[in-house]
Design a binder for this molecule. Structure first.
Ligand SMILES: Cc1cc2nc3c(=O)[nH]c(=O)nc-3n(C[C@H](O)[C@H](O)[C@H](O)COP(=O)(O)OP(=O)(O)OC[C@H]3O[C@@H](n4cnc5c(N)ncnc54)[C@H](O)[C@@H]3O)c2cc1C
Length: 461
């Protein structure tokens, strides 16, 4: 058995663990940070994401808006110092509806989220005296772009997004949002961490030594045997495997996993503008089928469900640089807690359903149906708490910490999450949102009361 020692051992080199390593080594000046993963860094969940970010988060309270604003501040700083190495843009998210009732709700939600600190709402109702609305630039991130624009003028929607169904009557465009290259971000953080002494060890953490309620060491199975790492600090950053690593120190972490897929397809006719923001059709949807297809699907109990109404939420963004025809699209129409397995198994119809759902938002895609082959489907697990908020901070074993339950927001939250973890480990003044992410929050009877009416899909697209 080999022996090593480290000031901090991090289990998991997804974006959570990598950001923790960066903050501990490069920001907190901790000398011997050891990042352990049985897979190559960023390869389990963190490279399957849509790579999008937003400060547009619902309540209760303003915690998530403040947390994400902080994370985006830090991302912008990194983009600034690195000549935008990870290609952060600020195209925004665009929520669309064809339903007048939903349009009214959109306005209400916009006001509420704006009041939580996400920036002002600007209204565009087609009157000539209204302030000018225009989509965000394709590249770069203008820090002045904040808040959201609410457009309730069909002609204005069509003018800017002619490929969107002309049934859309309202559009809400939050601006401090966009996407980036998560892989490039992760590699940038990892390199900076390495420059400050952090090291990577390929292997599986299979046992954690705890003595008298304190972390004593970590056992890792590597290709050439077992390594024992003597350490007083252990950070769990195991993504969808959080629960199994928590069990190694006797803690039953209150998390579960949901499988989320995404598709990639080509748009050779250029139906969708390559400058488009991330766009979301919020209305429930019946998929477009031909009469013949409908009859065939109706004939079998296995396929009838494809004729039913699906919940709203299909969304997409263009992917890739000049010359790319790729579009990424997602739809979480059927989500349930499940045990993770790899490779994940997606419903065979998933790609077809998402593509057809896209046809409702963008009728110009309908001619592709049945002609462009099967879209590429991939994805991974959202590891979540029941109220869809992360777990960041100390655990009830001295020297043990967690950065996880990053659900569908781990890329956008990575910088604020890593920063918070770094302060918890190294000591220092905690930001005021820190208590909201502690495991110990569940011991508070008042929090338990609020939880009873809290939706696990809160803020989820
Ligand atoms: C389809 C999809 C779309 C998404 N879109 C977005 C988006 O647009 N924006 C956004 O912000 N987020 C998005 N996410 C979420 C984001 O990808 C995750 O929140 C994030 O990647 C989680 O990072 P992590 O570090 O917690 O976990 P992971 O990336 O899963 O990393 C955990 C690591 O721990 C390692 N590990 C586990 N157990 C052990 C052990 N015992 N020993 C050694 N190593 C171990 C694993 O090998 C793995 O590498 C999306 C996710 C999916 C699936």
């Amino acid at each position: 058995m080999k022996s090593l020692s480290a000031d901090v051992v991090i289990c998991g080199a997804g974006i959570g663990g990598v950001s923790a390593a960066y903050h501990l080594a490069a920001r907190q000046g901790i000398k011997k940070v050891l990042l352990v993963d049985e897979r190559p860094p960023l390869s389990l969940t963190s490279d399957k994401s849509t790579e999008a970010y937003r400060n547009w988060w619902p309540g209760p309270g303003d915690t998530m808006v403040r947390f994400m604003n902080r994370s985006i501040d830090l991302l912008e700083n990194l983009a600034g110092e690195s000549d935008n190495f990870f290609r952060m843009n600020r195209r925004g998210y665009v929520f669309l509806t064809a339903d007048p009732k939903k349009a009214a709700l959109m306005e209400q939600t916009a006001r509420e989220i704006s009041q939580l600190g996400a920036g002002p709402v600007r209204y565009h109702q087609g009157r000539p005296d209204n302030p000018h609305y225009s989509p965000s630039p394709r590249q770069g991130f203008d820090p002045q772009l904040r808040g959201a624009d609410l457009v309730t003028d069909q002609a204005l929607i069509q003018k800017h997004f002619p490929f969107i169904s002309d049934k859309a009557i309202a559009l809400l465009h939050p601006r401090r949002c966009g996407w980036l290259s998560a892989q490039q971000l992760g590699m940038y953080l990892l390199e900076r961490a390495r420059e400050h002494g952090a090291r990577f060890l390929k292997g599986r953490v299979f046992e954690v030594a705890v003595s008298k309620g304190r972390i004593e060491g970590v056992h890792v199975q590597t290709e050439d045997g077992t390594t024992r790492i003597s350490t007083k600090a252990f950070v769990i950053a195991a993504g969808p495997l959080l629960k199994s690593v928590g069990a190694m120190i006797g803690i039953d972490l209150p998390v579960f996993n949901e499988l989320h897929g995404k598709i990639a397809f080509n748009d050779p006719s250029g139906v969708i503008s390559r400058d488009a923001p991330l766009m979301i059709w919020t209305d429930p949807t019946v998929l477009p089928w031909t009469e013949e297809e409908r009859n065939e699907l109706a004939g079998s109990d296995n396929t009838k469900w494809l004729l039913e109404e699906f919940q709203g939420g299909v969304h997409f963004r263009p992917e890739g640089g000049p010359g790319s025809q790729t579009v990424l699209a997602l739809w979480t129409y059927d989500i349930k807690p499940q045990e993770p397995i790899w490779p994940p198994v997606f419903e065979p119809e998933y790609g077809e359903v998402v593509l057809r759902g896209m046809g409702v938002m963008i009728p110009g895609l309908i001619p592709y149906l049945g002609k462009i082959g099967k879209p590429i489907v991939d994805g991974g697990y959202y590891c979540k708490t029941r109220e869809n908020r992360p777990l960041i901070g100390p655990l009830p074993v001295q020297g043990a910490f967690i950065i996880g339950a990053l659900s569908g927001f781990g890329i956008m939250a990575s910088m604020a999450a890593g920063e918070l973890l770094g302060i918890h480990v190294a000591g220092g003044e905690l930001p005021d949102y820190a208590p909201a992410f502690l495991l110990s929050r569940y011991e508070d009877p008042e929090y338990q009361k609020i939880l009873a009416s809290w939706d696990a899909a809160s803020g989820q697209l």
